[in-house]
Design a protein around this ligand. Structure first.
Ligand code: F6P
Length: 439
């Protein structure tokens, strides 16, 4: 159970300077739309959850709110901020880089902003990636393109070398835009900084199309990504319903979490089955996929299956391999499902038109949609405020509409996933034809 102590954000020290944004926040008090910097945002949001804790108000777990402070830790006149994008692509990376740069220049008057290229590799001098000076002119319209102008890579680098580089370049705050693995890396950098007693902050902007980072609400780029995936489901539906015994099989990303599969399936209600890593399913048996599919095709003439890449790993031989981020390489569930369906229709002497669609990287290489762009910009602004206020070892997030600071140790301690007991999965069951339990 998350406690108040778990939610305490680290700071480099007391604020020393008046913030150029002081006038923006002066006199603002907590209201329905704003949380003052002295207030806290509650972790639990139901009466029964709070009652279960049985604790007095002052011990209720709560987050530090995000947003500008009246006073800050770093002197804007001398502050140098580094920015790095790490891990797989995600819509909105360029929006975050852009908004960080603009916020620093425009509101704080910070004119030393450096982008490190190709992930943490860009902080390792011997790898030879020259840093980029980020200016409002350079970032002007980068949000119109997908990807990241800084480049990215997977994999950890030696925190000792990274901190040496930060010291050499006189960086005061590093903004890390990355996922779970990158935040592990960020935490190791924080530990190295602390061991040397340095005043360098590390602030994360969590990034993942899989939406699997806990505590932060929805991650940026996720909505754009699932909207792209939904297009493939629509196409699969059109193909399937235009053929005799048409079956559309759509494989979407989602290594350990089925959020993309669930949301893209819910986006247009075209899916009949949604298979995700969190909910095991059988291929054979009365409630299994094959018999359920047979019934659905008999009733409707066609069916669409949305398959997260990490679903049904119990049916696949483990590869025993992992990528540079330490993520295990998954077995190919799509081929197993596809071959099982083809064999089943063949054995029953039924015709089958099976179309396999895999939107793949197409869902994450696109620019952010308007809603995600807004979200990216706001997250970036909150990250800059936190960095200038001397916060460290934390990420920004928007939880139940409140921008909050979340300690990195808390976000790397587990993965966020679709709860089989939650309302999202219930909606999926309500919107599809699949049995409550497909085992
Ligand atoms: O972690 C996000 C993600 O999009 C996963 O869903 C997917 O398995 C993975 O990245 C693939 O990324 P890459 O091929 O770049 O390692």
């Amino acid at each position: 159970m998350t406690t108040l102590a778990d939610l305490q954000v680290s700071s480099l020290g007391p604020s020393r300077y008046d913030s150029p944004l002081g006038s923006y926040v002066a006199g603002r008090k907590t209201n329905e739309y704003y949380v003052s910097e002295d207030d806290r945002v509650l972790y639990d949001d139901t009466i029964s959850l709070l009652e279960q804790r049985g604790e007095p108000v002052e011990r209720w777990p709560s987050f530090e709110p995000g947003g500008p402070r009246a006073r800050i830790f770093h002197d804007p006149a001398t502050t140098h901020v580094g920015v790095v994008t790490c891990g797989g692509l995600c819509p909105g990376l360029n929006d975050v880089i852009r908004a960080v740069t603009l916020e620093l220049y425009t509101h704080y008057g910070v004119t030393r902003v450096t982008g490190f290229r190709n992930g943490y590799a860009g902080l390792v001098p011997e790898l030879g990636f020259e840093p980029v000076t980020l200016t409002p002119g350079l970032v002007g319209s980068i949000n119109e393109r997908g990807g990241t102008i800084l480049g990215t890579s997977r994999g950890a680098q030696d925190p000792v070398v990274i901190v040496d580089r930060l010291v050499e370049l006189e960086i005061n705050a590093l903004i890390v835009i990355g996922g779970d693995g990158s935040m592990h890396g960020a935490h190791r950098i924080v530990e190295e900084i602390a061991a040397r007693g340095l005043e360098i902050g590390v602030v994360g902007v969590p990034k993942t199309i899989d939406n699997d980072i806990p505590h932060i609400g929805q991650s940026f780029g996720f909505a754009t990504a699932f909207a792209e995936a939904a297009k493939a489901i629509t196409a699969a539906h059109v193909e399937a319903e235009s053929a005799e015994n048409g079956v559309g099989l759509v494989k979407v990303m989602g290594r350990h979490a089925g959020f993309i599969a669930c949301y893209s399936a819910l986006a247009n209600h075209d899916a009949d089955f949604v298979l995700i890593p969190e909910v095991p399913f059988s291929i054979d048996g009365e409630n299994g996929l094959l018999r359920s599919l047979e019934r659905r095709v008999k009733e409707h003439g066609s069916a669409v299956i949305v398959l997260a890449e990490g679903a049904g790993q119990e049916h696949v031989d483990a590869t025993g391999k992992s990528d540079a981020s330490g993520n295990s390489r998954l077995g190919d569930i799509a081929t197993i499902v596809r071959e099982a369906i083809e064999a089943d229709f063949r054995d029953r002497g039924e015709p089958l038109t099976l179309k396999f669609l895999e939107p793949g990287y197409g869902i994450r290489a696109v620019p952010a949609d308007a809603s995600d762009s807004v979200y990216c910009a706001r997250l970036a602004q909150v990250a800059v405020h936190a960095a200038m206020a001397g916060r460290t070892d934390m990420v920004v997030g928007r939880r139940r509409h409140r921008f909050v600071h979340v300690p990195i140790p808390l976000v790397i301690e587990r993965r966020h996933s679709v709860s089989p007991d939650g309302d999202l999965w219930l909606s999926v069951l309500e919107s599809t034809a699949q049995p409550l339990d497909m085992r």
